[in-house]
Ligand binder design. Structure first.
Ligand SMILES: [Zn+2]
Length: 504
């Protein structure tokens, strides 16, 4: 143990798709005794803010790296989203047509280890040594990756970790236990999408996981590692139930908009749309992002109107409340994201913008609007303080907005749009669900998790185990604080790409 280290090993468990309010309620009801024991003896926060958009990738990848998306040729993660079109800045001349990345496709999922780029590092890459273990954590660069033979079984995610502490020689040639372990549980997300957050199968899955964590704690005790191993628990995002489910296939057909087919280079648009929609259109070629003028006078290849104004077309999608797009003159280090908002009752449109400058931890952003504040920041003394026409850091935004809807969204939107792989127009409905991916409606589930409201954005943050870990309850934190805090417990400094801070 180095002089400043409080523990010798850390184990991070990332559950997919559990709200902080639900996990802490179950703990209060005595249904998760093992997670409660870890939380009560250590660091706990029921107001941890995840990344926006609240989608598995980037959210879970950002936990593992402690960073966010950005202009990845220079800084930040190259993964802006679960789905993206491979466009570069400047546009690629080597490839015929840009591919569509979709991590929902098994054959593409592990490519994320390369996609994140070299300007961010997984927690495994941020410390020396080789004893790093990933148990079903798909972003595992720098670690030994294990996955259960029967992927549909949750228990092996935990028993594999137990094995590494019982028989480390099975995993590592130096026969020492893993220094850093991440166990990732995707199964909770599948159940939430299929059945919802009140469903008994979803709830029982969380209760089962608590039992597996209890078994892991017993193994650590038996093998003599319980007082030197921190156990951390968090989730990538929360969830919500949409009020309306709509099939968009016909809508696009009627507009004459044909889905992009990368192999042929044909088509007018690519889109994936839960409650937030991400639209890609070709500029000069599919490698180029279009200018705003090009999107105002757009020629669709299907039977429909020519000179489509895509901004007007996308406003016709039911339930749309927000629209976001880049300014044509944006640079990685400085630029503007335009926002249009439609008031539900009056139908009145309000314009606003987010201006950004700087990179990484030094990025500063300013939010302004022409008539009214549409995020509700002005209604609250704490958040209204940041409507002072000045640029603010992520830490200033989290301090001001951690207790309301749309927490840190002003910081997050530019980090997304700076990435050349991000879309051209993003629209947000907050409470509709479309289940639309690349030309097809894939389901009718109303259960989703991408919006900027608290139910999606607030996750649990727990670190406990050894008595050396201080007991404290935090008023707020962010998911990217997990990596630097765990590294601090181990006595290491995080990589310079890490945006989060140690909470110790
Ligand atoms: Zn997820």
């Amino acid at each position: 143990m180095s002089r400043s280290a409080k523990v010798n090993q850390v184990i991070l468990i990332i559950f997919d798709d559990i709200r902080a309010e639900h996990l802490f309620k179950m703990m209060k009801e005595g249904r998760l005794p093992n997670i409660s024991e870890i939380a009560e003896g250590g660091i706990r926060c029921s107001n941890c803010i995840t990344s926006y958009p609240a989608i598995t990738f980037p959210c879970y990848g950002n936990i593992v790296t402690g960073a966010y998306s950005g202009y990845f040729p220079k800084e930040g993660s190259g993964v802006p989203l679960y789905h993206w079109v491979d466009r570069m800045d400047p546009p690629s001349t080597r490839k015929k047509f840009p591919f569509i990345r979709n991590y929902g496709d098994w054959s593409q999922l592990l490519k994320i280890n390369n996609d994140i780029g070299n300007n961010v590092k997984t927690i495994f890459e941020q410390v020396p040594g080789e004893n790093m273990l990933s148990s079903t954590c798909f972003l595992f660069r720098g670690a030994q990756f294990t996955i259960a033979e029967n992927y549909f079984d949750v228990e092996p995610i935990f028993t594999n970790i137990e094995k590494a502490f019982k028989n480390p020689g099975e995993f590592f040639s130096n026969k020492e236990v893993p220094l850093i372990t991440i166990g990732y549980v995707p199964h909770t997300d599948t159940l939430m999408h299929d059945f919802g957050f009140n469903n008994i199968n979803y709830i029982n899955q969380i209760i089962d996981c608590d039992k597996y964590i209890g078994s892991l704690m017993n193994t650590l005790k038996k093998e003599g590692f319980s007082d030197s191993t921190a156990i951390a628990i968090t989730t990538d995002h929360g969830n919500f139930e949409a009020k309306k489910v709509v099939d968009l296939e016909q809508f696009f057909q009627q507009k004459g908009l044909i889905p992009y087919i990368p192999k042929k280079g044909t088509g007018d648009f690519d889109c994936n749309f839960g409650s937030v929609g991400f639209f890609n259109f070709p500029g000069e070629t599919w490698h180029h992002h279009p200018t705003n003028q090009e999107m105002q006078k757009y020629k669709a290849s299907g039977i429909g109107k020519n000179n489509l104004n895509l901004f007007e077309v996308l406003w016709e999608i039911p339930g749309v409340k927000f629209m976001y797009y880049r300014d044509d003159d944006n640079k990685p280090e400085k630029g503007i994201i335009h926002i249009e908002y439609q008031e539900k009752k009056s139908g009145k449109k309000i314009n606003g913008m987010i201006e950004y400058q700087g990179f990484g931890i030094e990025q500063k952003t300013r939010y302004s609007f022409d008539v009214d504040d549409f995020y509700g920041y002005s209604e609250n003394e704490n958040s209204a303080r940041n409507l002072d026409n000045k640029f603010h850091t992520i830490d200033e935004w989290i301090e001001a907005t951690n207790h309301i809807d749309f927490p840190i969204i002003v910081d997050q939107i530019p980090r997304y749009f700076k990435n050349p792989r991000s879309c051209d127009i993003m629209v947000s409905t907050l409470n509709y669900s479309f289940n639309y991916e690349h030309g097809k409606t894939l389901g009718i589930s109303p259960y989703s998790h991408d919006n900027g409201l608290r139910e999606s954005m607030i996750v649990p943050f727990i670190i406990g185990g050894p008595s050396e870990i201080p007991q404290m309850e935090l008023a707020y934190c962010k998911t990217t604080d997990m990596v630097p805090t765990l590294l601090d417990l181990l006595g290491y400094k995080p990589d310079s790409s890490v945006i989060g801070k140690s909470l110790l």
